[in-house]
Structure formats: structure tokens, C-alpha cells
Design a protein around this ligand. Structure first.
Ligand code: LMG
Ligand code: NDP
Ligand code: PMR
Length: 401
């Protein structure tokens, strides 16, 4: 009965088949992050393409390396054999590594023995405990304090990181807050609406400051990754569940996002779920703008991803208990979009270090066989004009311009 109640919420364009698969009549709409054309491609790729074509499209088909294999071997075009032999451990900074995806990624990287993870967390003790609880060894990680809801803290983190004299090889902007049930906005230390302030503006300043450190690193494949999501992409079914992401003309952001005029980027009424989805659009736009501005000059790979629906993480801590109870089975058995924290961690770890995921400017997703593919962003999340404007307005807000 409960399920029927949920089904009845679906519009007529969406149907749920007996076997639990959801389909939508919209061509552009997608389920697990695959557009319908991608669904087709992913299913048929191994039977339709010749071995040579497969190699050309995806070198992993020829090597037999499975998508989830994490390897820190540098790609042939990025490191000479000498470099390979002497390659030092990489250092990856991961924000929000005290739970969920960030912790699982830290663990996956540490397990390879090829990475030292700097866990950039707002709660030092929680992060220490979390690292221990997943069995990470002391020499594989360092916890450093970072509260993304304070630009001052972001600057302090950058200072302490520099003082640690570690090279920065990969930065993963992962931390996020989601306030789906908040009636009123809350604000960061500098007075920005909390979700966009933390998820976007905090990371925007952090990534801009740490770009210099990435540039200096001699690591063969330097990367900056900003975690995105399907729910910010309105070319998917998940992205069409109300409230939908929409940055409008950024008038709310331009006027300070401080609740005086508006606490929403588009200047509208506060909606916590929308603010989160908007912040993910900002994350995906920022990644592309970084790519356009800096990839050629610096050789850094910029990437974003949707790791799958990790329905059990702390992200949903503020949601109502009924949602937290039903969301995991709903994603597991109905949408089939569910992934475990462990699997999602392996996916993000691939984006950190797998040679086959070294392309810049890409939004990665995984199909149901856990093979990665370059996904398409929605119209808004790939709008270059908007990305530029977002960049300029954000620079002003964080004091870079
Ligand atoms: C809001 O509600 C919340 O209010 C907000 O707090 C926040 O959580 C936000 O997105 C996050 O969601 C969304 C709400 C509206 O959906 C629900 O609340 C669904 C849960 C219903 C639970 C009822 C309890 C009964 C028990 C159910 C048991 C099993 C199922 C568990 C489900 C758990 C939760 C997932 O939802 C709606 O308005 C209806 C749903 C809309 C469906 C999506 C629409 C897709 C449309 C596709 C075509 C769009 C066309 C546009 C094309 C553009 C292309 C470019
Ligand atoms: P969690 O809540 O488990 O993890 C979020 C992390 O961010 C926590 O470590 C949290 O710290 C940290 N964090 C929150 N606020 C701040 C802050 N002000 N300063 C520093 N750190 C902060 O959620 P997930 O693991 O699910 O989320 C990780 C990323 O994955 C997010 O970017 C999210 O948007 C994305 N994502 C998640 C999906 C999912 O289905 N769960 C799907 C798609 C994307 P603390 O432990 O102290 O609370
Ligand atoms: Mg969604 C195939 C469909 C699919 C996928 C992959 C997700 C992922 N969701 C899908 C479908 C639906 N969701 C449908 C049909 C509904 C209406 C019943 C629905 C509802 C729903 C809610 C209420 N979904 C949610 C919520 C949340 O509060 C989550 C959210 O939007 O947070 C911003 C959420 C999510 N759904 C997802 C994913 C990945 C989320 C977590 C959001 C994120 O991390 O970006």
C-alpha cells in the first residue's frame, strides 16, 4: 500500500514496471544518470562494436581492467618509465572525509598503499574516529581542520596545509550539507545561505587557492574533482523531482545570498532542497569553468561525477525519519540507482587515480555494471555563459575580485 501511495505521486509520463524498473516517456530523461542513448550504448556496446572500435572508444576493453579497479599507474602519455619506477605516494586532500562518500574514498585510496589522504574535516575527533573505524592506518592519513561554512577557516586550512609541506596532487571537493526540512535559511560565518555557502562558495575559494599548490606538484596526473549530482541535472528523472534546480539569472547570488533580498541564487523564496540542488549545479559549472580557464595552462585534470545514489549516508540526516527509512529500499528495488558507500568510494577513487579517467572537463557516471562513462550534463549545468557569470559573482563574494 505504501508503495502504491508513492507510485500515485508519479506523473503519467513515468511508469514503474512489475520488475521494478522505472521508465519515462521523455527521451532526454534518465534513470541512474544515463541518458536513454547511453543506456542503449552501455547495454549493447560489447556486442555491437568490433574489438578495434571498442579499444578506440575505451582502452579498458582491450586491457580487461574492470572499471572499478583502482590503480595509480600513470597513463603512458603522462609518465616516462623512469618516473613510474620512482613515483612517490600521491597526496589527496578530501573535504568532508569524516563520513559517507568522502570516508569511503579515503579508505579506498589508502588501501592501495599509493596514497596519503588529507582528511579536511570540520570535526577533527569525528574524522579520527571514522578513519580508525574503517581500519585506515595512521601513516595513510592526516586529519586537518576545515570548516567550509567559514571562508576564514578555508584560508586557515590552506595555510596549515602549506605549512605541512606536503605536495598537493589531487583535491577532492566532496563535503556537502542538505537541509530538506528547514523552513528558514541558515547562514555561514560570512552570512551566505548555508548550502550554497558551504557546498559551492567554500569549495570555490578552496579550489582557487589550492590551484597554485596543484600547479607546483610534480605528480604525473594532477586532478581536481568536484562532486556533482544527478539531482542537479534536469535532463534526468531524478532532476525533475520537485523542487528543481534553477539558478535563474543569479540575481540572488549577486545580491549577496544573505537573506536581505533573497537567500536563493535565483532570487526566489527559500527552499532547502532546491538550495542543495542549485549548489550542485554550481559545483558542476565551476568544474567546467576551471577546465576552460586552467586545463591547458596547468595540465591539471578537472572532473565532476555522480557516484550513484548512496542512500544511506549522513546527507539525509535532516530528512524526516520516514524518508530515511524508505529511501534506501526505494532506490535499491525501484529505481535501481542505489550504490553502497563502499562502491561509491571506489568510483570516486577511480576519478582520483585511474589512468583511464584522466580526461579533463568530464562529468563521470557509472552504468549498472559499474563501468564508467562520460555523462551529459543538463542544459543549465553545461551553460558556459552561466558558468562564467557564476565564476565572476562568486569571486566577488569570496573576496577574490
Ligand atoms: C520534496 O518532496 C520534499 O518536500 C523536500 O523536503 C525535499 O526532500 C525534496 O527533492 C527533495 O523533495 C518531493 C516530493 C514531491 O516527493 C516525495 O515526497 C516522495 C515521497 C513520497 C513518500 C510518501 C510516503 C508513502 C510511502 C512510500 C513508500 C515507498 C517509496 C519510498 C519513496 C521514498 C522517497 C523517494 O514529489 C512529487 O511531487 C511527485 C513526484 C514527482 C516525480 C518525478 C517527476 C518526474 C517528471 C519527469 C518528466 C519531467 C518533464 C520535464 C522535462 C524537462 C526535460 C529537459
Ligand atoms: P555525508 O553527510 O555522509 O558527508 C558529507 C561530509 O561533508 C561529512 O563529512 C560532513 O562532515 C562534511 N561537511 C558538511 N559540512 C561541512 C563543513 N561546513 N565543513 C567541512 N565539512 C563539512 O554525505 P555524502 O557522503 O552523501 O555526501 C558527499 C558528497 O556526495 C556530497 O557532495 C553530496 O552532494 C554528494 N552526493 C551524494 C549522493 C548520495 O546519494 N548520498 C548522491 C550524489 C552526490 P560531518 O561528518 O562533520 O558532518
Ligand atoms: Mg530521488 C531513477 C530515479 C532516481 C534516482 C537515480 C534518484 C536519485 N532519485 C530517483 C527518482 C525519484 N526520486 C523519484 C521518482 C522520486 C519521487 C518519489 C524521488 C524522490 C526523492 C526525494 C524526496 N529523491 C530524492 C529525494 C531527496 O530528498 C533526495 C534529494 O533530492 O536530495 C537533494 C533524493 C535523491 N534522489 C536521488 C539521489 C541521488 C538523491 C540524493 C540527492 C543528491 O545527493 O544529490
Amino acid at each position: 500500500m505504501a508503495l502504491q501511495a508513492a507510485y500515485s505521486l508519479l506523473p503519467s509520463t513515468v511508469s514503474i514496471h512489475k520488475e521494478g524498473k522505472l521508465t519515462a516517456s521523455l527521451k532526454e530523461t534518465t534513470l541512474t544518470g544515463l541518458s536513454f542513448s547511453n543506456h542503449l550504448r552501455a547495454d549493447k556496446i560489447s556486442t555491437l562494436l568490433t574489438a578495434k572500435e571498442q579499444r578506440r572508444q575505451n582502452p579498458r576493453f582491450s586491457t580487461g581492467i574492470r572499471a572499478q579497479t583502482v590503480t595509480a599507474t600513470p597513463p603512458a602519455n603522462e609518465a616516462s618509465p623512469e618516473q613510474k619506477k620512482t613515483q612517490r605516494k600521491g597526496t589527496a586532500v578530501i573535504t568532508g572525509a569524516s563520513s559517507g562518500l568522502g570516508l569511503a574514498t579515503a579508505k579506498a585510496l589508502a588501501d592501495t598503499g599509493k596514497w596519503h589522504v588529507v582528511m579536511a574535516c570540520r570535526n577533527f575527533l569525528k574524522a579520527e574516529k571514522a578513519a580508525k573505524s574503517v581500519g585506515m592506518s595512521k601513516e595513510d592519513y592526516t586529519v586537518m581542520h576545515l570548516d567550509l561554512a567559514s571562508l576564514e577557516s578555508v584560508k586557515q586550512f590552506v595555510d596549515s596545509f602549506r605549512r605541512s609541506e606536503r605536495a598537493l596532487d589531487v583535491l577532492v571537493c566532496n563535503a556537502a550539507v542538505y537541509q530538506p526540512t528547514a523552513k528558514e535559511p541558515s547562514f555561514t560565518a560570512e552570512g551566505f545561505e548555508l548550502s550554497v555557502g558551504t557546498n559551492h562558495l567554500g569549495h570555490f575559494l578552496l579550489s582557487r587557492l589550492l590551484l597554485d599548490d596543484l600547479k607546483k606538484s610534480d605528480y604525473p596526473s594532477k586532478r581536481m574533482i568536484i562532486v556533482g549530482s544527478i539531482t542537479g541535472n534536469t535532463n534526468t528523472l531524478a532532476g525533475n523531482v520537485p523542487p528543481k534546480a534553477n539558478l535563474g539569472d543569479l540575481r540572488g547570488l549577486a545580491s549577496g545570498l544573505n537573506g536581505q533580498n533573497s537567500s536563493m541564487i535565483d532570487g526566489g523564496e527559500y527552499d532547502g532542497a532546491k538550495a542543495y540542488k542549485d549548489s550542485k549545479v554550481c559545483n558542476m559549472l565551476t568544474m567546467q569553468e576551471l577546465h576552460r580557464r586552467y586545463h591547458e595552462e596547468t595540465g591539471v585534470t578537472f572532473a565532476s561525477l555522480y557516484p550513484g545514489c548512496i542512500a544511506t549516508t549522513g546527507l539525509f540526516r535532516e530528512h524526516i525519519p520516514l524518508f530515511r527509512l524508505l529511501f534506501p529500499p526505494f532506490q535499491k528495488y525501484i529505481t535501481k540507482g542505489y550504490v553502497s558507500e563502499e562502491e561509491a568510494g571506489k568510483r570516486l577513487a577511480q576519478v582520483v587515480s585511474d589512468p583511464s579517467l584522466g580526461k579533463s572537463g568530464v562529468y563521470w557516471s557509472w552504468n549498472n555494471n559499474s563501468s564508467s562513462f562520460e555523462n551529459q550534463l543538463s542544459k543549465e549545468a553545461s551553460d558556459a555563459e552561466k558558468a562564467k557569470k557564476l565564476w565572476e559573482v562568486s569571486e566577488k563574494l569570496v573576496g577574490l575580485a
